[in-house]
Design a protein around this ligand. Structure first.
Ligand SMILES: Nc1nc2c(ncn2[C@@H]2O[C@H](COP(=O)(O)OP(=O)(O)OP(=O)(O)O)[C@@H](O)[C@H]2O)c(=O)[nH]1
Ligand SMILES: [Mg+2]
Length: 241
């Protein structure tokens, strides 16, 4: 039997651990302050005769590795490549939460947006058109309330659709100006020559253009293959995106 790996990513305090507990029946510590989940927790659930291993990642506002939390979350998504990354968003501050979601969409197409705290949003009169959001972003969007255990079946069903290939998410790409797109293309082709299609070449090219070498160091540690050194020569660019 195949085991699928499902990562829960998202801003702090969006209910990832609450969702993790609901899905797995395990008890991860939850609370009201940011940054409680500092190491990743793992549990599992069964659905349609398949096992899904759930990884509760630390909450972060970005994935640019300004902190250990961000590094843990980024490395898991990029290096360990979960079958699906579920980005858990707070329905009551969707716009701010979408920032991280867009970063994840640049890293992996196998993404589902899970809008949590719908019970709170309802109280506040906030309406969210998940179909429109899904069309605009190119990935499945599911509304839930982890605390009230609402929408969990439809989340599981969406996860199933993505791992089984019934749904193939196609995230809308953010395009930069032509000069930058040209440089991205050049670096991307080098990355593909060296690594094949096993890493998100566009996302890596953007990081390298920004002068962020940390993914290369992480890869080197991960693969011990010397790949990072070869790509390093692109890093000292002064190009800003
Ligand atoms: N009203 C409501 N509250 C929720 C819901 N889901 C989670 N919460 C509450 O939100 C708070 C934070 O939940 P956590 O599950 O700890 O959030 P987290 O995303 O794991 O937080 P970090 O580990 O810091 O990233 C807790 O008080 C939860 O009870 C929900 O669907 N509705
Ligand atoms: Mg947590």
């Amino acid at each position: 039997m195949v085991t699928f790996r499902i990562a829960l990513a998202g801003n702090p305090n969006t209910g990832k651990s609450t969702l993790f507990n609901t899905l797995t029946g395990l008890r991860q510590h939850t609370g009201n302050w940011a940054g409680k989940t500092v190491i990743r927790a793992e549990g599992s659930y069964e659905y349609q005769n398949q096992t899904y291993k759930v990884i509760d990642l630390p909450g972060t506002y970005s994935l640019f590795t300004n902190s250990v939390d961000e590094e843990v979350a980024r490395d898991y998504i990029i290096l360990e490549k979960p079958d699906v990354t579920v980005v858990v968003l707070d329905a009551t501050s969707l716009e701010r939460n979408l920032n991280l979601a867009l970063q994840v969409l640049e890293m992996t197409s196998k993404t589902i947006l899970c809008i949590n705290l719908m019970d709170e949003a309802l109280k506040l009169g906030i309406e969210i058109d998940e179909k429109k959001l899904s069309e605009k972003l190119g990935v499945p969007v599911v509304k839930i309330s982890a605390r009230k255990k609402e929408g969990i079946q439809s989340l599981k069903s969406s996860i199933y659709d993505v791992v089984s290939g019934n749904i193939v998410p196609k995230p809308r790409q953010i395009l930069y100006r032509e000069e930058i797109e040209n440089r991205i293309r050049a670096i991307e082709s080098e990355i593909r020559n060296l690594l094949g299609d096993s890493y998100p070449s566009r996302w890596m090219a953007l990081r390298i253009l920004e002068g962020d070498q940390s993914i290369l160091d992480a890869m080197e540690r991960f693969e011990s293959s010397g790949v990072g050194r070869e790509l390093n020569t692109y890093g000292n660019s002064s190009c800003h995106t």
